[in-house]
Design a protein around this ligand. Structure first.
Ligand SMILES: Cc1cc2nc3c(=O)[nH]c(=O)nc-3n(C[C@H](O)[C@H](O)[C@H](O)COP(=O)(O)OP(=O)(O)OC[C@H]3O[C@@H](n4cnc5c(N)ncnc54)[C@H](O)[C@@H]3O)c2cc1C
Length: 378
């Protein structure tokens, strides 16, 4: 990756649009292995951190292709926002996940089944390969994530929460909503009674015959839970930012210079969070985040006074004069709430428009995509 990460990400986007987007819908489900990833965009680590925005990806893609030709890609791009909006409306799913995870970790006590899984010592060769791949590359193909999670839950019979934690530990694109809710979806908790069950024939086909005759539990029952998560009303409204001096950037919005009102602020603070996390991250992931934050600084330091601060230092700046793009449900928002740091938030238009459709399943959201596009791609 060259010095300016955003330039690199934009270049990757252009390459993908020009060479591979046209065939995305027919080829995207194949995992050809870590050395052949051209059938999907590989942009997730940039989108998670806001280096590229969903809006610009959609805009660039639609500049080259008609909507009908790339509908599937646009649906996938917006899926992340759907998960985010869904979790915003049911944030207890996130806090319960953390509570259960803590409890499970205390009970683990060197569980051999778990240790075998995270070290790639199970009887399932493809699974062993994938855990090594995850650790080495910080990435797994989407279909492989689904197989991995399904095998973890239904064949290895391990708690989904621990699997979701392992993904967050190693993925460069780790995203609180996409990860937590995708694991719940595989388990059958997200769409009640509908689980995703990995099948040997499907793995064989979509890994291009790399694996065959895999011994899996192929007829399990979906998981269930007693908890009912009621949908909360989101009072997200944008305010006039003129009176505020400081613009605070969290790690989910690391291309602040593209935000319309960026130039209106006097000071910019980029927040890093090393010690106030609830999940455990691999050093490679933390180093990656640091690199992205430093890259954001280097892109704006000649335009505005800017500094990187630790999240604990937020208390030292004048919060009443500060505005931030909303950090979404997750560790940074948890820190702000816990420490009563009442910074004012503003929201991206794409989120405000989309979240109203995050009440039911993704099928309903999908039907509203043409409406969302009309509002954001003017
Ligand atoms: C169990 C599980 C856990 C996951 N955890 C994460 C995670 O922590 N972070 C993360 O970014 N994605 C997660 N995903 C979604 C998806 O696997 C990745 O976004 C995708 O594999 C990234 O590769 P890509 O950029 O080449 O995707 P592409 O196929 O090129 O898709 C383009 C973009 O659309 C979005 N997207 C695609 N598929 C999905 C999806 N199923 N759900 C939500 N958004 C999607 C991503 O932003 C992606 O970059 C998870 C999926 C599963 C099944």
């Amino acid at each position: 990756m060259n010095k300016n990460i955003r330039q690199y990400a934009l270049h990757s986007l252009t390459e993908f649009i020009n060479s591979d987007l046209k065939e995305y819908s027919s080829k995207r489900n194949y995992d050809y292995g870590p050395n052949n990833r051209k059938n999907t965009s590989n942009l997730s680590k940039f989108i998670t951190h806001g280096i590229l925005t969903e809006k610009e990806i959609i805009k660039h893609s639609l500049a080259k292709f008609k909507y009908e030709v790339i509908e599937k890609f646009i649906q996938e791009i917006l899926w992340r926002i759907y998960w985010k909006g869904w979790l915003e409306k049911r944030s207890a799913v996130w806090s319960d996940y953390l509570k259960n995870l803590n409890k499970l970790k205390k009970e683990l006590n060197c569980d051999q089944n778990y240790t075998n899984a995270i070290n790639g010592n199970t009887d399932i060769p493809c699974f062993n390969d994938w855990i090594h791949e995850l650790k080495k590359y910080g990435y797994l193909h989407n279909h492989t994530r689904m197989w991995f999670a399904s095998i973890w839950i239904f064949t290895l019979k391990l708690p989904w929460e621990l699997g979701a934690e392992i993904f967050m530990k190693y993925l460069y694109d780790g995203d609180y909503a996409s990860n937590t809710l995708s694991w719940r979806w595989v388990a059958g908790l997200q769409t009640k009674g509908k689980h995703y069950v990995a099948q040997s024939w499907n793995i064989q086909k979509f890994t291009n015959n790399k694996y065959s005759n895999i011994k899996l539990v192929e007829n399990p029952l979906p998981m269930n839970e007693n908890q009912i998560y009621k949908e909360a009303f989101l009072d997200f409204q944008n305010i006039d930012v003129k009176q505020y001096e400081n613009f605070v950037i969290f790690e989910n919005n690391l291309s602040a210079e593209n935000f319309d009102l960026f130039l209106d602020f006097k000071n910019i603070f980029i927040v890093k969070n090393v010690n106030h996390r609830k999940l455990d991250y691999d050093k490679k992931v933390m180093d990656f985040k640091t690199k992205l934050i430093e890259d954001q600084l280097s892109r704006i330091e000649n335009i505005k006074p800017v500094q990187i601060i630790d999240i604990s230092e937020l208390k030292k700046i004048d919060i009443s004069m500060s505005i931030s793009l909303y950090p979404n449900v997750g560790e940074n928002l948890d820190y702000l709430i816990k420490n009563n740091i009442q910074i004012k938030f503003i929201y991206r238009t794409i989120d405000l428009v989309s979240y109203q459709f995050c009440n039911k399943g993704y099928f309903n959201f999908k039907r509203n995509i043409p409406f969302i596009l009309k509002k954001i791609v003017a």
